[in-house]
Design a protein around this ligand. Sequence first.
Ligand SMILES: NC(=O)c1ccc[n+]([C@@H]2O[C@H](COP(=O)([O-])OP(=O)(O)OC[C@H]3O[C@@H](n4cnc5c(N)ncnc54)[C@H](O)[C@@H]3O)[C@@H](O)[C@H]2O)c1
Ligand SMILES: O=c1ccn([C@@H]2O[C@H](COP(=O)(O)OP(=O)(O)O[C@H]3O[C@H](CO)[C@@H](O)[C@H](O)[C@H]3O)[C@@H](O)[C@H]2O)c(=O)[nH]1
Length: 326
Amino acid sequence: MSTLLVTGGAGYIGSHVAWALVDAGHHVVILDNLSTGVRENIPPQARLVIGDVGDAVLLKRLFTNHTVDAILHFAGSIVVPESVENPLKYYDNNTTRTRTLLEAAVTAGVPRFVFSSTAAVYGEPAHLPVTEDSPTRPINPYGRSKLMTEWMLEDVSRAHPLNYVALRYFNVAGADPAGRTGQSTPQATHLIKVACQLATGQRESMAIFGTDYPTDDGTCVRDYIHVSDLADAHLRALEFLAEHKTSAVFNCGYGHGYSVRQVVSAVERVVGKKLNVTQSPRRAGDPPELISDPTRLRQATGWEPRHDDLETIVKSALDWEAQTRA
Ligand SMILES: NC(=O)c1ccc[n+]([C@@H]2O[C@H](COP(=O)([O-])OP(=O)(O)OC[C@H]3O[C@@H](n4cnc5c(N)ncnc54)[C@H](O)[C@@H]3O)[C@@H](O)[C@H]2O)c1
Ligand SMILES: O=c1ccn([C@@H]2O[C@H](COP(=O)(O)OP(=O)(O)O[C@H]3O[C@H](CO)[C@@H](O)[C@H](O)[C@H]3O)[C@@H](O)[C@H]2O)c(=O)[nH]1
C-alpha cells in the first residue's frame, strides 16, 4: 500500500492535513520530533514515528519500510521574531534538515513532495496582492530559510524525478470544525490564537505590536486563511502532482486582508466583551501588509475556499480554546 509521509504531522497545520488525508482514505505515516507538536491531535489511523527529519538513518529505515508516494513536509520552526534572534536555528531546522530529507527522498525515489512555504518569502511587496511571480525578497531569517528550501526543490526537481508543489501559506488560523485538532502550542505567538487565549481567560492582556504602520488604522494587515481550507489545498496539490507530473508554486490565502485591530474587534464581537489590549512598539521582522492573489491555486487545482469569513475563523479558534480548557 502506498503511503503519504507527513513530517510535522503532530503540529497545528500538519495535524489538520493528516486528518483530511485520513478522511480521504489515505495511508498516513507521521514523522515528528514533538518539539512543538502534540501527540493527541494526530488521527488514530495514522502511524506516528517520533524522530527528526534531519536523521538520515531513521529516514533510510522509514523509506525501506514504506513505499512513500508523496512527502508533505510541515516540520520546521515557525516564529518570525525568534528567527531574527536565533537565525542559525532556522537555517538548521528549516533548511539544512530539509536538505537531509530531500537527499533521502531522492535516494528512495519518492516522486512527489508538497512543501509548506510561506508568504514571508515575499518580504515587503511593492504591489498587492502578491502573485507567485512577485519578487521574493524575504526580510527575516524565517522567510529566507524557507526560500532557500524552495530553491533546493527547484534544483532537485530539475536533476531528479521528483516533482514538488510549494504552497506559500499566508496567515493560517482557526481550527477543525469537527473539533478533532487545533492550534495547541502553549507559547503560541499567532495573533488570533493569542486573542482567543485572552478571550477565554488564559492570558491577562495582549499587545498590538506597532500602531504606526502605513496602513488605514496603523496596524499590520494580513490575509487570514482558515486551516481547513488550507488542508484542502494540500489534497488538491497532491492531485495536481499526480495528474500533471510537473512542479508548481501556489499562494494560499483568500485575497483580502484584515488589520490587527480588525482581528481584535472580530474576537470581541464573537465573545461579546472588550479585551484588555495594550499598544507596543513594532515587532522585529514584521512587514506592514501581506495579501495574496490565490488565482493560480484556484485555476490549476480547482480549489475553492469554504470558510472565507473572519468571524467563522475566530469562532472555530475560540471553540478549540474552550474545548481544550474543559
Ligand atoms: N502557522 C502559519 O501561519 C504558517 C504560515 C506559513 C507557513 N507555515 C509553515 O507551516 C508548517 C507548519 O506550521 P505549524 O503552524 O503547523 O507549526 P507547528 O509548530 O505547530 O508544527 C511544526 C511541527 O513540526 C515538528 N517539527 C519541528 N521540527 C522538526 C524536526 N526537525 N523533525 C521532526 N519534526 C519537527 C513539530 O514538533 C511540530 O509538530 C511550518 O513549516 C511553517 O513554516 C505556517
Ligand atoms: O500578540 C500579538 C501577535 C501578533 N500581532 C501582530 O499580528 C500580525 C500577525 O502576526 P502573527 O499572527 O504572529 O503572524 P505573522 O508574523 O504574520 O506570521 C505568520 O504568517 C506568516 C505568513 O504571512 C507565516 O510565514 C508565519 O509562519 C506565521 O507565523 C503581525 O502584525 C503581528 O505584529 C500583534 O500585534 N500582537
